[in-house]
Design a protein around this ligand. Structure first.
Ligand code: F6P
Length: 320
């Protein structure tokens, strides 16, 4: 048997751990492995490398992806996917392991539907925006990075008695903002699934100031419709408190993965190889639910909607 492994879309800490585990579990089972560079784009360009055990040595702790990644426009076209399928066929590849987020999984599903290639998808994204899994690979590391940054920002915010809006990634999902906001004791957490209530945010700033608080941290998900600088302007105008904006941006995607992300990556990859080895011809999405590794039909997984964590938001509200 032969498999191909690729990473696609935005990188996330733990992708290397997944590449390593998928490679080593395969080789252990006597399956030949090709590492595919630059995601679906590299597949179309035929950038395949014959992997051995050492190809994935010394990468477990590294952020980014040794295979590199891309967002491929060519692969979004039927012709691009036909070319990708042709390359897979010419290398004799029986199944593909794709490590990426929602967009990558949708691309994988199209490839699978059009060309009958089984694709095992691992949830590699910091966004935690996939409905079928409790956690995605890289999310915990990103949250820890945000928490670390907020500690530093809080120091200077307190010194200057400023309000700081910290804008975090996540596309339309508010989980990075929610988890890091809860972990940091943010005064306000703004997520895309909630109506933005600027007067309520301003009230918190004023109440904090009146009880002698030196800082005010507002954790804002990038998916919230109002621009962060506009929000800062409105807060400053209404409260008289200086408001600054920090956009953490790509910082959140880097760094060594946490132990949990490495373990999640290793377990989901092992499951993918298990499925391939046992002859599974269906495309699957692999994830974790209540601590157990789960697999779903890929199409079904992609139809599951991420539920907003109202209890987390309510708790954060009480604690702030
Ligand atoms: O999906 C991961 C992510 O980092 C999102 O949080 C963010 O909106 C997006 O990717 C940024 O994409 P790009 O790397 O293409 O700028």
């Amino acid at each position: 048997m032969k498999i191909g492994i690729l990473t696609s879309g935005g990188d996330s800490p733990g992708m290397n751990a997944a590449i390593r585990a998928a490679t080593r579990c395969s080789l252990y089972e006597g399956i030949q492995v090709y590492g595919i560079k630059r995601g679906f784009e590299g597949l179309i360009d035929g950038e395949l490398i014959d992997f051995n055990v050492s190809s994935v040595g010394d990468i477990l702790h590294r952020g980014g992806t040794i295979l590199e990644t891309a967002r491929s426009n060519t692969f979004m076209q039927v012709e691009g996917r036909a070319k990708a399928a042709m390359i897979l066929k010419s290398f004799g590849i029986d199944a593909l392991v794709v490590i990426g987020g929602d967009g990558s999984m949708r691309g994988a599903l199209a490839l699978s539907n059009e060309h009958g290639i089984p694709v095992m998808c691992l949830p590699g994204t910091i966004d935690n925006d996939l409905g079928y899994t409790d956690y995605t690979i890289g999310f915990e590391t990103a949250v820890n990075t945000v928490v670390d940054c907020v500690s530093k920002i809080r120091d200077t915010s307190s010194s200057h008695e400023r309000t700081t809006i910290i804008e975090v990634m996540g596309r339309n999902c508010g989980d990075i903002a929610l988890y890091s906001g809860l972990a940091c004791g943010a005064e306000s957490i703004l997520v895309p699934t909630d109506e933005l209530d600027v007067p309520a945010v301003c009230k918190k700033v004023i109440m904090g100031k009146n009880r002698g608080k030196k800082h005010n941290i507002i954790m804002k998900a990038e998916g919230v419709k109002m621009d962060s600088y506009e929000l800062a302007k409105q807060i400053a105008q209404t409260t008289g408190v200086e408001a600054k904006v920090v956009i953490l941006s790509y910082l959140q995607r880097g760094g060594s993965p946490t132990a949990s992300d490495r373990i999640l990556a290793s377990r989901t990859a092992a499951k993918a190889i298990d499925l391939i080895k046992s002859g599974c011809k269906e495309s699957k999405a692999i994830g974790v639910r209540g601590g157990e590794i789960v697999d779903y039909n890929l199409e079904e997984a992609l139809s599951m909607v991420k539920q907003p964590k109202k209890d987390y938001l309510d708790l954060a509200e009480v604690l702030s």
